[in-house]
Write a protein that binds this ligand. Structure first.
Ligand SMILES: *[C@@H]1O[C@H](CO)[C@@H](O)[C@H](O)[C@H]1NC(C)=O
Ligand SMILES: [Cu+2]
Length: 228
């Protein structure tokens, strides 16, 4: 058996995960799905593999039930149950809920998402924690941009598992959407705005990536981070 096959099989045996709780101002939510819309993988922990599926939006199993309050400029943490057990980038997006919409039921379709964070590869590239800072972490953090306008948002976390990404459709996306009311915001104009599905193509270099032999570069998919 080739080394790459052995590594892929070893990675397959690891647990999958789901992002089901927030950490707000250092305090972790007591129960799963308090402010995060319950995802379809709430039992299987499996990832989304089709970037053209509407599951790329929030992967949700039901409407939301609660909303967290976070000040602009604060750190928001997403808890992985039990940890981010696959290597790859972790990215964060936000979408503003229209004033007239109910945050629990609003469907974030169309060009509504802007990227607020990307925990991506640190050279030299490989498949370990030194390359992928989010790998094996229980909590991944993002800062809510200081200049984002106040209001209701969905905040989407996305961990892209690359251990089987050597062929098209092999990358696995672990994602969910938190419902967040942002206070103390600014007057920025977030962008560029992208859609899920739509922002990614199956052949994007950030989704089609072989770690054996190890490439020298990695570019995470999607737009640039909005710098507010
Ligand atoms: C996330 O933020 C918390 C503080 O809320 C900190 O203790 C933790 O180390 C951070 N995690 C990472 C992976 O940076
Ligand atoms: Cu997995």
């Amino acid at each position: 058996m080739k080394l790459a096959t052995v590594l892929a099989l070893a990675a397959t045996a690891q647990a999958h995960y789901r992002f089901s709780k927030l950490v707000i101002n250092g305090v972790q939510e007591a129960a799963e799905w308090t402010s995060i819309r319950m995802t379809k993988n709430y039992q299987s922990n499996g990832g989304v593999t089709s970037v053209t599926s509407p599951d790329m939006r929030c992967y949700q199993a039901r409407p939301g039930t609660g909303t967290a309050t976070v000040a602009a400029g604060d750190v928001l943490g997403f808890v992985a149950n039990a940890a981010v057990t696959h290597f790859g980038p972790v990215q964060f997006y936000m979408a503003k809920v229209p004033e007239s919409a109910d945050i629990n039921t609003w469907d974030p379709a169309g060009n509504v998402w802007f990227k607020i964070g990307s925990i991506t590869a640190v050279p030299p590239l490989g498949s370990g924690e030194s390359t992928w800072p989010a790998y094996n972490k229980k909590v991944v953090n993002v800062t809510i941009p200081k200049n984002v306008p106040s209001g209701n948002y969905l905040v989407r976390v996305e961990s892209i598992a690359l251990h089987q990404a050597q062929s098209v459709g092999g990358a696995q996306m672990y994602l969910s959407c938190a419902q967040v009311k942002v206070t103390d915001g600014g007057n920025g104009t977030p962008g560029p705005l992208v859609a899920f599905p739509g922002a990614y193509k199956p052949s994007d270099p950030g989704l089609l990536w072989s770690y054996y032999p190890i490439p020298t570069t990695y570019t995470a998919p999607g737009p640039a981070v909005w710098e507010g």
